[in-house]
Design a protein around this ligand. Structure first.
Ligand code: SAM
Length: 300
């Protein structure tokens, strides 16, 4: 009994030491809020001036404001009024890469794993068109519906569906897919669970790349730092797509790029290291673009 207690106590002490070590790193505690883009630009600037705390514009994501974590409470009225969306910076990368950096706006976007809807409403605000927001979890989809209506994202269409089961012919107008599937989320998971997650991620990404002939851009993201859910999934999906898609560099001014991996250009991939980058969660993003343009869209 005594030995077990002692080992538990030692264990706890080492956990505490690890946290303490993190805590002494001198960093500002930062948070981010996305400005809801339904106002005219000038009105938006006016709105920003009215914010009760000091904010600065993020250099990588247009429309993203950075503020001190301690000020979050004072921004809540703006969040509750649907004027601001609290959203971590990495989580703003996919819609920015998929829609914000696209050479032309998509016809419609399909968000395959959309709830609670942060990326779907972000994508909608960037081009003003339809975003089919799929999720297979009814409770989470209800939250998405509420949040979309709060921020006035009227072009977000919530759909209760399993992405792996949908018929692509019902989404003929979709030219861009946002895929942000369930992942280990920066937690330690068993090898079994990791393998199941990676298998689902690969199936979903392969479907996005191979079953939608009108789609020419696909953003794949996770909030995991595991290569198995990130670079490995991307490399295998590229093979499955058989040359139809390549990886395109995105968020070029963001310095942290992918991990080296055979057959893929790590420089084109985006990563967030929560400690090094002082952000809330790990993040990974790969942007796929169709290698040969879709013939029917050539003369757009
Ligand atoms: N993109 C969301 C956002 O920015 O707010 C977060 C998505 S969360 C990481 C993953 C979501 O995928 C969960 O809501 C989960 O219910 C959903 N999901 C998991 N498997 C799915 C499937 N086969 N089809 C549709 N949705 C699925």
């Amino acid at each position: 009994g005594g030995a077990l207690l002692r080992s538990l106590r030692d264990n706890l002490a080492s956990v505490r030491a690890a946290y303490a070590a993190r805590a002494v790193v001198p960093r500002r505690r930062r948070r981010f809020a996305r400005v809801v883009l339904s106002l005219e630009e000038e009105e938006e600037e006016e709105e920003e001036k009215k914010l009760p705390v000091e904010t600065s514009e993020d250099p990588h994501v247009p429309g993203l404001l950075e503020f001190e974590a301690a000020d979050a409470k004072r921004l809540l009225p703006f969040v509750e009024a649907g004027r601001l969306v609290l959203q971590d910076k990495g989580s703003c990368f996919p819609a920015q890469a998929l829609v914000g950096e696209a050479p032309r706006p998509p016809k419609a976007v399909l968000d395959a794993c959309a709830a609670p809807g942060n990326k779907a409403t972000h994508a909608a605000s960037l081009f003003g068109g339809t975003v089919y927001a799929l999720d297979r979890d009814p409770e989470r989809l209800r939250v998405l519906e509420e949040r979309a209506s709060l921020v006035g994202a009227a072009t977000v269409e919530p759909i209760l569906a399993d992405f792996l089961g949908v018929d692509p012919r019902e989404f003929n107008d979709v030219t861009a897919i946002l895929l942000d599937p369930s992942c280990s989320g920066g937690h330690r998971v068993s090898p079994d669970r990791l393998a199941r997650l990676a298998k689902f991620q690969l199936m979903a990404l392969t479907k996005a790349l191979t079953e939608f002939p009108n789609v020419d851009r696909v953003a794949y993201s996770t909030c995991s730092s595991n290569d198995a859910e990130n670079e490995a999934v991307v490399a295998q999906a590229l093979q499955n797509a058989n040359g139809a898609f390549t990886i395109a560099p995105c968020l070029r001014s963001w310095p942290r790029r992918g991990h080296p991996h055979a057959q893929i250009d790590a420089e084109a991939l985006v990563r967030v290291d929560p400690i090094e980058d002082n952000l809330a969660t790990p993040f990974f993003l790969a942007l796929f673009v169709r290698a040969a343009p879709v013939p029917s869209r050539n003369n757009d």
